[in-house]
Design a protein around this ligand. Structure first.
Ligand code: PEP
Length: 249
């Protein structure tokens, strides 16, 4: 059985009640590839609205969680609260949280552990800065980010993790990685899965690409053997998101 193509939409801190209803309506009513798994991540405030209006065949993700189940953590939400609300996924380790909110590898790993324990799937983001790419340390950086998670979760956890390779220099910049650049890192991640987790995890884990994916570049990227889908930011707010969902058709 091949890996099911996976497309995530990260709305970031965008949207209004009516705007999100429109986007969700467009996705729900469009003709979409039944072989693609679709998960959209609105801001926390709109999670339930999205769940209510999105076709049940699609899933909803939070953009972040805290690593404790409940308690005195003002402003945070937990994996168990997501689950209680019918939200089955979360993004974790997005570069905007790593850089702007200063989240480190261990905190992201701890949040991943908490999500998995509560039965919430994780879209785990990793990726290098431009400086790290130019220094030739891309694979070291990505491996360090993934090792931190691997130390905290058991091997079974990887069944509920989708790895999103997102080079920071390509996010929101319009500068997409070339198909060769993306494939090279995806293959290195698969190799890491095989050596550090298991051959099953290497075979079955979806590794998706994120960074300025659009309706123009998605089909070429989707042809690469280790690219199992996309995490889409800006374009997930537009009608073109449907073309990206259908990139593998
Ligand atoms: C993202 O936010 O994960 C992302 C990839 O953004 P964009 O598609 O806008 O580059």
């Amino acid at each position: 059985m091949g890996r099911k193509f996976f497309v995530g939409g990260n709305f970031k801190m965008n949207g209004t009640v009516s705007g999100i209803k429109d986007i969700v309506h467009n996705i729900s009513t469009a003709k979409t590839d039944p072989n693609t798994e679709v998960v959209v991540a609105p801001p926390a405030l709109y999670l339930l609205l999205t769940r209510e209006h999105l076709d049940p065949k699609f899933e909803v993700a939070a953009q972040n969680i805290f690593d404790k189940p409940s308690g005195a953590f003002t402003g945070e939400i937990s994996a168990s609260q997501l689950k209680d609300s019918g939200i089955n996924w979360t993004l974790l380790g997005h570069s905007e949280r790593r850089t702007v909110l200063r989240e480190d590898d261990d905190f992201i790993a701890s949040k991943t552990k908490s999500a998995i324990e509560q039965g919430v799937g994780v879209i785990l983001c990793c990726g290098e800065s431009l400086e790290e790419r130019e220094k030739g340390t891309t694979v070291d950086v990505v491996t360090r980010q993934l090792d931190a998670v691997n130390k905290m979760v058991d091997k079974e956890a990887w069944k509920n993790i989708v790895i999103a390779y997102e080079p920071i220099w390509a996010i929101g910049t319009g500068k997409v990685a070339t198909t060769e650049q993306a494939q090279e890192v995806h293959a290195a991640i698969r190799d890491w899965l095989s050596k550090s987790v298991s051959s099953e995890a290497a075979e079955n884990t979806r590794i998706i690409y994120g960074g300025s994916v659009s309706d123009k570049n998605c089909r070429e990227l989707a042809k690469e053997k280790d690219i199992d889908g996309f995490l889409v930011g800006g374009a997930s707010l537009k009608p073109a998101f449907v073309d990206i969902i259908n990139a593998n058709q």
